[in-house]
Structures are given as structure tokens and as C-alpha cells.
Design a protein around this ligand. Structure first.
Ligand code: ADP
Ligand code: NA
Length: 332
């Protein structure tokens, strides 16, 4: 019999974006009230797959913890902790490295996207990142993994790893976790290129909206967002070949928590000159309280460290026995 359990993580690799907010953070707080155990992680071991300045990484870890809380995560109801503080992640990752096939890793599109033509020069950690992510999820026997679209392939790999482990060792040990990818905000695109995702890991994209941007900055970025010259359509089908327009409408729907059709019922037939200011107002009103709450929390770093330490203890209490059993199964 399987206990439902939610796990997800975010890398402390820079400024959180509107994409992280709509695709992940905002949804995490909502899940903790459904009587399910929710475990959320600052995945600092994933962050170092690309170079991180050590002092900056430490600050970013606190910033991300503060952002989780500012976006609605309650550290009493959920477990909030830092990946590197719970040794089971690294230990299980090694076991899973020996279960995953190299060919499976080679099919991961995110590595190809991040590495581009420089694959040989990337860290080995970046290449095997999905095995660590599988360990993150499986060391809690998590059943539900809320993520954005871009992580779907990695959760599918986790399912394959769990099934292969169970099969190879003839056990029914790891539950097969389901990705939870719902709503309009699961794929927020760049404001300068509607075919590229908005990412905090892409420092060259100055158009991205950060969770801590002030009101003027958010408004300016939306004003400058790439669009086309046409008015908004009155139905979602009219957005099919208009990635930039579709993205802005999706963002509006995500922030307002309404459907794309509802947005188009209100704005269909209008020009971006009218829609963009409405979107900017919505975004500013939504995000200003979050960024001031992040600032308030960051003024008490000891309190954040205390929350993370408490979370690590509770996470370890779940993970360590599962790891111990996995080791036994393997023959250690
Ligand atoms: P990033 O890709 O911004 O570096 P992470 O890899 O740490 O962020 O992802 C953290 C979470 O945010 C994941 O669930 C991911 O799917 C989600 N996410 C990241 N970018 C976007 C986006 N543009 N739209 C929707 N969700 C996103
Ligand atoms: Na990502």
C-alpha cells in the first residue's frame, strides 16, 4: 500500500523567474493543504552541475528558501530543506547511476539544450543530473512530482529507473511517481523569443521577469515584450501560430488563475497597447507582496537556516530508512 507523497525541487542557481513561479512555486503551496505529505527541496547539488561561486550559492540557497515561504509554503505543513544536508540523495544517486543506461541519458533534451555544441566541456554532473533527480524523488518514495513542462522528460526517466530497479532486483520497492503538470503556467516562454523558455539559468536573457523585480522593472519588461502587430483573437485557436501573443495571454491566465478563453473573452479584439498595461498591472499587483515578503525573510538569515535545518532533520527521518532498505536490496 502506497502513501501519497509530493516531492519537488528548485535549483538555487540565480534569480527566480515568473516561469518558476507559475510553473512550480505557486502550485507547491496549494498542494500542502490537501492532507498529503509535501516535501520541497532547495537542490543545491543540482546547482553545482554548472559553476557556482560558493558565497553566492550560499546566499541563493537562503533566497530560494525565502521565496518558497513567500510564495505560500508553510514550513510546518511542508518539509522545506536543502538537498546537500540529507546524505541519502547522493548515496541513492550512485546506486541509480548503476541502474540507468548511458543511452537513456543521451536522450535527455535538457542536457542537449544546456550544453549546445560544448557537450564535451560540460561537467559529468550535468550529464547525470537526471539520475540525481530520480534519487531525490525515490529516496522519499514520492508518488507525485509537481513540475513545469521542461521537467517532464526527467520525471519519465525517474519512472523508468524505478521500474528497472524493481525489475532487476525482483522487488516491488519504488512506487512509480507521476508528474503533475497542470494549468496555464507550466510553460512560460521568454519575452523576447516565444519559442524559448524563460529560464533563470540563462543569464543572457535580460527580458525575463524575476520574482524580485520592482514594479517599474516588471512594467518595463512587459512593455518591451516581443509581440506581433495583430489584435488579440477572441478564441484560443487564434493564438496557434503566434507564440509571443500566446505566451502573454498564458501568463495573464496563470496570474489571474483563469482560463485562456476567459482572458480572450475580456481582451479579444484589443491591441497589445491595451493588453500589455493590464498584464503589467496584474503582474505587479501579484508579485510586489511576494518580493517584499522575500526581503523581510532575508533580513533574518538565522531564522531561514533554522527552518532549513529542521526540514533536513525531518527529511532525513524519511529518507534514511528507505535508503537503508535500498542498500540491503542491492547487497550492501
Ligand atoms: P530553471 O530552469 O529556471 O533554472 P529549475 O530547473 O530549478 O529552474 O526548475 C525549477 C522548477 O521551475 C521546475 O519545476 C521547472 O519545471 C519550473 N520551470 C522552470 N522554468 C519554467 C518556465 N519557463 N515555465 C514553467 N515552469 C518552469
Ligand atoms: Na529547469
Amino acid at each position: 500500500q502506497i502513501t501519497p507523497r509530493v516531492f519537488s525541487g528548485i535549483q538555487p542557481s540565480g534569480n527566480l523567474t515568473l516561469g518558476n513561479y507559475l510553473g512550480a512555486l505557486r502550485r507547491f503551496g496549494k498542494m500542502q493543504d490537501d492532507g498529503i505529505e509535501t516535501i520541497y527541496c532547495v537542490v543545491d547539488m543540482h546547482a553545482i552541475t554548472v559553476w557556482q561561486d560558493p558565497a553566492a550559492l550560499r546566499n541563493q540557497t537562503r533566497e530560494l528558501a525565502a521565496a518558497y515561504i513567500a510564495c505560500g509554503l508553510d514550513p510546518q505543513k511542508s518539509i522545506l530543506f536543502n538537498q546537500s544536508q540529507v546524505p541519502a540523495h547522493a548515496e541513492l544517486a550512485w546506486i541509480l547511476n548503476c541502474v540507468v543506461r548511458i543511452g537513456w541519458m543521451s536522450r535527455m533534451t535538457q542536457f542537449k539544450d544546456k550544453a549546445g555544441k560544448n557537450a564535451e566541456k560540460m561537467s559529468l554532473g550535468l550529464y547525470v543530473y537526471p539520475a540525481l533527480m530520480a534519487a531525490d524523488i525515490l529516496t522519499y518514495k514520492a508518488t507525485h512530482v509537481p513540475v513545469g513542462e521542461d521537467q517532464k522528460q526527467h520525471v519519465e526517466l525517474t519512472r523508468d529507473v524505478a521500474a528497472k530497479f524493481n525489475h532487476d532486483y525482483g522487488v516491488d520497492f519504488f512506487p512509480i511517481p507521476d508528474p503533475v503538470i497542470e494549468g496555464t503556467g507550466t510553460r512560460v516562454m521568454s519575452l523576447r523569443d516565444g519559442n524559448k523558455k524563460m529560464s533563470k539559468s540563462d543569464p543572457s536573457d535580460k527580458s525575463r521577469i524575476n520574482l524580485i523585480d520592482d514594479a517599474d522593472t516588471i512594467a518595463a519588461k512587459i512593455r518591451k515584450a516581443k509581440t506581433d502587430p495583430d489584435a488579440l483573437p477572441s478564441e484560443a485557436a487564434g493564438l496557434a501560430d503566434r507564440p509571443e501573443a500566446r505566451n502573454l495571454v498564458n501568463i495573464y491566465a496563470g496570474l489571474a488563475d483563469i482560463s485562456v478563453d476567459d482572458v480572450l473573452r475580456e481582451f479579444g479584439g484589443q491591441q497589445f497597447g491595451a493588453f500589455k498595461p493590464a498584464l503589467a498591472d496584474l503582474a505587479v499587483n501579484h508579485m510586489a507582496p511576494i518580493s517584499s515578503e522575500i526581503a523581510r525573510l532575508l533580513a533574518q538569515p538565522d531564522e531561514i537556516d533554522r527552518i532549513l535545518a529542521n526540514g533536513a532533520e525531518r527529511a532525513d527521518a524519511i529518507a534514511a530508512p528507505i535508503l537503508a532498505e535500498a542498500k540491503q536490496i542491492v547487497g550492501f
